[in-house]
Design a protein around this ligand. Structure first.
Ligand code: ACO
Length: 322
């Protein structure tokens, strides 16, 4: 039987930096408040005319290079995004064309900040079943475009960016145990009001802005994320403390540390990028994962846990061997 192995990864951040001090000139906030409550120091913002697909394509090219593969080797493109270029077609179709992938299928997944976990779990099923050979799993966002820049409670939290994995179907006997081991996805639509965008095609015909009851989301986070991690670990027959690296969605440093404490992990097992990037929604996990690979922390064969929670509410976790 086949297993989906991570053949490569890549990420991309737009050049423009917005610091906390920059924000303190737009809204009533301070560098100190933002750092203490969230761990964020600065975030990147896409340039005018630079779309989610552009960030996605850059991350995907780097992932393909890392895997030593070409666009012609890819037969599935999944983009997790909440900030698509257009209402349709899927950003994945635009990315497919810009990359020069001419075969296979392309579609988007919308699970907000949990998007990458959903996309990876979905791509894994397509690849491990043999339906598709090699998939690009991309998380890409231009959250700056749906922020209300007069709302200090939300505009300080988010940033733009993209990250990508290449998943390849490999005979299990040849994987050395590498690949996606298990995934666990959840949602509870009764909690829509905690975090949503107040616009859309069918309702207002506008793109809308992010609305969030931050402290209520915060209170839900640690418990739900920890449950997902315990479940996904149990499915793979390991304990959360067996992992080498914890690559969480980067929403708030305090949430991450809460999970670390609850599950008895060590702070030095966490790959954290929040200080320089803020919350990049579906892009944050592959951005952090790439950081860990690049600086030599995540090595071939390491046991890695990813998790996220976001609008919906949606949440989930996945366990993999790098
Ligand atoms: N600067 C200064 N003061 C602020 C700011 C700011 N940027 N933002 C809010 N405040 C004020 C509030 O107005 C409030 O003032 P008040 O007491 O006078 O009313 C005070 O700070 C405390 O506000 P809280 O919202 O209770 O602050 P909290 O400690 O909860 O921190 C935060 C807010 C950082 C948003 C936190 O709740 C959080 O991180 N929540 C989770 C976010 C998250 O994980 N989202 C999910 C992923 S995102 C996605 O899926 C799209």
């Amino acid at each position: 039987s086949l297993k989906s192995v991570i053949a490569g990864c890549g990420s991309y951040l737009p050049e423009k930096i917005i610091t906390n001090d920059d924000l303190s000139r737009i809204v009533d906030t301070t560098d100190e408040w933002i750092r203490e409550r969230t761990g964020i120091r600065e975030r990147r913002v896409a340039a005018d005319g630079q779309y989610t697909s552009d960030l996605a394509v850059e991350a995907a090219r780097r992932a393909l290079d890392d895997a030593g593969l070409k666009p012609a080797d890819i037969d599935l493109v999944i983009v997790a995004t909440t900030t698509p270029d257009l209402t349709f077609p899927a950003t994945a179709a635009i990315v497919q064309a810009k990359l020069g992938v001419e075969q296979g299928a392309a579609f988007d997944i919308q699970a907000v900040c949990t998007g990458f976990v959903y996309a990876l779990a979905t791509g894994d099923r397509f690849v491990a079943s043999g339906l598709h050979k090699r998939a690009l799993i991309i998380g890409a966002e231009t959250f700056s475009r749906i922020l209300d820049w007069s709302d200090r409670a939300t505009c300080v939290l988010f940033g733009d960016g993209a990250g990508a994995f290449v998943l390849e179907g490999v005979e299990e006997s040849e994987t050395d145990g590498r690949g996606i081991m298990s995934a666990y996805l959840r949602s509870d639509g009764r909690l829509v009001d905690l975090l949503y965008v107040d616009g859309g095609v069918s309702s207002t015909q506008t793109a809308g802005h992010v609305r969030m009851q931050g402290n209520k989301v915060f209170r839900e986070a640690v418990t739900r994320i920890s449950e997902a991690m315990e479940t996904v670990a149990a499915r793979a027959g390991v304990a959360p403390t067996d992992i080498d690296w914890f690559v969480p969605h980067q929403a708030n440093e305090r949430i991450i540390q809460g999970v670390v404490k609850k599950l008895d992990l060590r702070p030095d097992q966490v790959i954290s990028t929040i200080a320089g990037q803020g919350n990049t929604s579906a892009a944050s996990i592959p951005l952090a994962y790439r950081q860990g690979v690049e600086d030599g922390r995540i090595k071939r064969g390491d046991l890695v846990m990813i998790e996220a929670m976001g609008g919906g509410l949606t949440w989930g976790a996945a366990l993999l061997r790098a």
